[in-house]
Design a binder for this molecule. Sequence first.
Ligand code: FPP
Length: 217
Amino acid sequence: MAIIMDGNGRWGLKHKNSRNLGHKEGLKTVEMVMKYCMKKQIKFLTLYAFSTENWKRPLNERNYLFNLLENYLKERLEKINSEKIKIKILGEKIFSKSLNNLLNFAEKKTYKNSKLQINLALNYGSKKEIVQAFNKLKKKKKISENDIKKNLFTKNIPDPEILIRTGDTQRLSNFLLWQVAYTEIFFEKKLWPDFMNKDLNRIIKKFYNIKRNFGNI
Ligand code: FPP
């Protein structure tokens, strides 16, 4: 399952007069979804936490988001590890030295875990990812689909079966463009901090009722 967690800013402005506090509230939904995946034995959860385009945001908001992530990992990494969750970062780590180190440490520490893999898309952009794959392959005479697949950040991660975007916007925003070729996409009106367990239940139920033909009949 992959998620574009949209609507934190709007939620924060509406309820707390602060976009940043919307991100803080959004983190609670992240924890709820993590628990949900553990319970339902969903093995891969890919979260769009910061895009290559999000660098355009004001420094104050970027720093707030990075601090939120850093503090969260400092507080929770032990617990995450004990729950056998594996953390993987999708994107080039070009943050502060302390956050880069912590992200590398989290990946290393949880490498062998296999109950749930959380892929955090951070400084992630799908076009950049694809271009990077082509650059790695440029010496090859003929490039196959498999070559590209193996050179994306998501190598060894199955394509998502479900993509959810909250926040009442119907676009992909440069997220997993290659990987969602046959993904079922669910656009949700709710803002990310308002997204709940029961919304996930409804989506999963709907997903199981979809006949997926993958081009066949
Ligand atoms: C999009 O909402 C959300 C983000 C760019 C950040 C997502 C971050 C979190 C959910 C919290 C931190 C996550 C982790 C994993 C520690 P938006 O700000 O674009 O909302 P808007 O469309 O209302 O402006």
